[in-house]
Design a protein around this ligand. Structure first.
Ligand code: GLU
Length: 284
């Protein structure tokens, strides 16, 4: 059974970029007769914005998405993440490095052998190895790298606010929720490598991945809730869905209403038409 999901972080309203990812994952799931789950990734309390969950759920419902089962909230699942992190045993280490000390690049392994005297606990990190991790993406083809060389030991938990990391939460939830297929934006491909590494350590199932191009604004920047990309206006739902489909390389007929357009999408979705570039300004 195919089981997909959409997993927005409630850091702002649903914008066109998230809508594109939602449409792609939805049509992949529905065309295969699969399920489509909705999970709110609100692990990062301080970055979650008041009212954003309601806005996202309202926008999705107004756009005509129908999800299976109850919406899952990561903020209620801390005990589960804790338990799974503990299973990683000695691969998890305490880190006292500040963002400034680490800089822009990959984490150099500073606290692997213990925190230096006088440092305070800032995060728990997972030690990575230098073996190559790769996966065969449903759209982008083979993608891989060596975690230690390219990405570095990554954070599982942050002491400031007691925040579970996206990487850990997403891996645990996809496993526990029985997700089989992940369709999301191509900005997350490096994260996928970290997630595969984590899945293997935890003895989880492997997932299939498909990363769709990310919507760039006219300024060439990624649309994101942080840069306050405008929320979608559901009043124009059919038009928005048509634009999302066109961005994804599909060619819906002009003038269909929302219900007919979804029917057309489920019947005609063809992932081979989606552009392989990782970023695109597309037809927005
Ligand atoms: N919560 C992530 C975001 O909003 C997406 C996570 C995922 O699809 O794995 O960017």
């Amino acid at each position: 059974m195919y089981r997909g999901r959409f997993a927005p972080s409630p850091t702002g309203p649903l914008h066109f970029g998230s809508l594109v990812a939602a449409v792609a994952s939805y049509l992949e799931a529905r065309q295969r007769g699969g399920e489509w789950l909705l999970r709110i990734e609100d692990v990062d309390g301080p970055r979650s914005r008041e009212g954003a969950v309601e806005a996202i759920l309202g926008a999705l419902a107004g756009m005509g998405f129908v999800w299976d089962g109850e919406v899952v909230y990561q903020s209620a699942r801390g005990d589960l993440y804790q338990r799974e992190m503990e299973r990683l045993g000695g691969l998890v280490f305490d880190c006292g490095c500040s963002r400034k000390e680490i800089g822009e690049g990959r984490y150099p392994g500073t606290c692997r052998a213990g925190m230096a005297e006088g440092k305070v606990l800032r995060a728990r990190r997972l030690r990575v190895t230098d073996e190559e991790i790769w996966f065969e993406d449903g759209l982008q083809g083979r993608f891989g790298s060596r975690l230690e060389r390219d990405l570095g030991d990554f954070v599982l938990w942050r002491a400031d606010g007691g925040i579970w990391s996206y990487q850990l939460a997403v891996v645990v939830d996809d496993e526990v929720q029985g997700v089989t297929d992940v369709v999301r934006g191509a900005d997350l491909m490096d994260s996928t490598l970290r997630q595969i590494y984590l899945q293997r350590l935890l003895g989880y199932r492997e997932l299939r991945y498909l990363h769709v191009p990310l919507v760039l604004g006219e300024d060439g920047e990624k649309l994101s809730k942080q840069n306050l990309a405008p929320g979608i206006e559901v009043g124009e739902a059919a038009d928005l869905l048509a634009r999302a489909l066109r961005f994804l390389g599909q060619e819906p007929p002009e003038g269909l209403g929302l219900v007919r357009l979804w029917e057309w999408g489920v019947g005609n979705w063809d992932v081979r038409r989606v552009g392989r570039e990782k970023f695109s300004t597309g037809h927005i």
